[in-house]
Design a protein around this ligand. Structure first.
Ligand code: AMP
Ligand code: TRP
Length: 324
C-alpha cells in the first residue's frame, strides 16, 4: 500500500477549470485506489503572497468547502490544513540547513514569481523546502502534481538524500506522479481558464454570475441560421466537457445544420452546468453556511496528520541530536 500525498493552494473559490482539471480527478483517484491518501490546504505557502488574515482564512474555507462539496470523503482521505501542523515548519528549518543555497537559486518557480510579484520575500525563496517538509513529514511515496511542480519534487528528493546520506537512513524518498493536463478547460476568451486571466466560469458564485460569465463567452459572428463549426467554439467545447454523448451529438447536429444560435447554445450550457453540479452547488452553500462543520472536519484531519508528523519529526530530531 502506497501513501499518496498532495497539497492544494488556497486561492479562493475554485473555478470550473480547477474542478474538472484537478478536484474531481483527485477525488476519483482517492476513491478508486487501495492506497492511503493525504490531502492538505497549503495555507502556509499562501502567506508568501497574501498577508490579510481575513483573506487567508476565507480562502482556506472556500477551498475546503469546494473539495468537500465535490465529494471528498474524509473517512478515506486525511484532509487537513497545513498551518495546523507546526511540525512542518520545524522540519523545513532542518531541511534548509541541509540544502545548498546555490541550488535553491536555480528554482524556476522562484525566478518566475520574483519577476512578477510585488514583494520578493525570503519565504518565496524557501518555498520549495517548505513543500519538501510537507511531503517528507508524512513518509509519502507518491506525490501527484502538475508539470510545473516537478522541480519541487526533485528538490525534495535531493534534500532527503542529503540528510539520509549524512545522518543515516531517516526519510522516505518520494516520487512525483505527473498529472497530465488531460483536459485544459477553456475560459470565456477561449484561452486556458485561469483566475489571473479573468476569464473564469464559476459554478459556486451564484446562478446570475454563472449565466453572465457564460453569456460573455467569445464566439464568431455567425447568425442564428448559419452553419457553425462546433470544434472551434468555446461554448461547444465546454458543453462537451460536461454533457453526455447523446446531448453532445444533438448539439453538434444543430451547429452543423445552422439550427441554433450562440445565445441559445449558451443558455443550454448554463442549464447543463447548473444541472450537472446541482448537488455540488447545494453542498458548497451548505458548507459555507456551516463553517463550524468544515472547521471540525479540518481539525479532525489535522489531528490525524499531526500524529504521523510527530513520529517522523521524532526520528529526525533523534538523528540530529536534539532528543535522545
Ligand atoms: P491553479 O489555480 O492554477 O493553481 O490550479 C490548481 C489546479 O487546477 C492545478 O492542478 C491545475 O492543473 C488545475 N487547473 C487550473 N486551471 C485549469 C484549467 N483551465 N483546465 C484544467 N485544469 C486546470
Ligand atoms: N506548490 C504546490 C502548488 O503550487 C502546492 C503544494 C504545497 C504541494 N505543498 C505541496 C503539492 C506538497 C504537493 C505536495 O500547486
Amino acid at each position: 500500500m502506497a501513501r499518496i500525498l498532495t497539497g492544494v493552494q488556497s486561492t479562493g473559490i475554485p473555478h470550473l477549470g480547477n474542478m474538472l482539471g484537478a478536484i474531481i480527478p483527485a477525488i476519483q483517484m482517492a476513491e478508486n485506489s487501495n492506497n492511503e491518501s493525504y490531502l492538505f490546504i497549503a495555507d502556509l505557502h499562501s502567506l508568501t503572497q497574501i498577508k490579510d488574515p481575513k483573506e487567508l482564512k476565507y480562502n482556506t474555507l472556500t477551498t475546503a468547502a469546494a473539495w468537500l462539496a465535490c465529494g471528498l470523503d474524509t473517512s478515506k482521505t486525511v484532509f487537513y490544513r497545513q498551518s495546523d501542523v507546526c511540525q512542518t515548519t520545524e522540519l523545513s528549518w532542518y531541511l534548509q540547513c541541509f540544502f545548498p543555497y546555490q541550488r535553491l537559486t536555480l528554482a524556476h518557480s522562484f525566478k518566475d514569481k520574483s519577476n512578477t510579484v510585488e514583494q520578493v520575500n525570503s519565504g518565496l525563496f524557501n518555498y520549495p523546502l517548505l513543500m519538501a517538509a510537507d511531503i517528507l513529514l508524512y513518509d509519502a511515496d507518491i506525490v501527484p502534481v502538475g508539470k510545473d511542480q516537478i522541480q519541487h519534487i526533485e528538490i525534495t528528493r535531493d534534500v532527503a538524500n542529503r540528510l539520509n546520506h549524512q545522518m543515516g537512513s531517516t526519510l522516505i524518498i518520494p516520487e512525483a506522479r505527473v498529472v497530465k493536463d488531460k483536459q485544459i478547460v477553456p475560459g470565456i476568451d477561449g484561452q486556458k481558464m485561469s483566475k489571473s486571466k479573468k476569464n473564469i466560469i464559476s459554478v459556486f458564485e451564484g446562478t446570475k454570475t454563472l449565466q453572465k460569465q457564460i453569456m460573455s463567452i467569445k464566439t464568431d459572428s455567425k447568425g442564428v441560421n448559419e452553419p457553425k463549426d462546433p470544434d472551434n467554439c468555446t461554448v461547444f467545447n465546454l458543453y462537451s466537457l460536461v454533457e453526455n454523448q447523446k446531448e453532445i451529438e444533438a448539439l453538434k447536429t444543430q451547429y452543423i445544420s445552422g439550427s441554433i444560435g450562440y445565445g441559445d447554445a449558451k443558455k443550454l450550457l448554463s442549464q447543463s452546468l447548473l444541472k450537472k453540479f446541482r448537488k455540488q452547488i447545494n453542498r458548497f452553500h451548505y458548507f459555507m453556511n456551516h463553517q463550524e462543520e468544515v472547521e471540525s472536519l479540518l481539525q479532525q484531519g489535522s489531528s490525524k496528520a499531526r500524529k504521523v508528523a510527530n513520529k517522523t519529526l521524532g526520528r529526525v530530531r533523534q538523528k540530529l541530536g536534539y532528543s535522545s
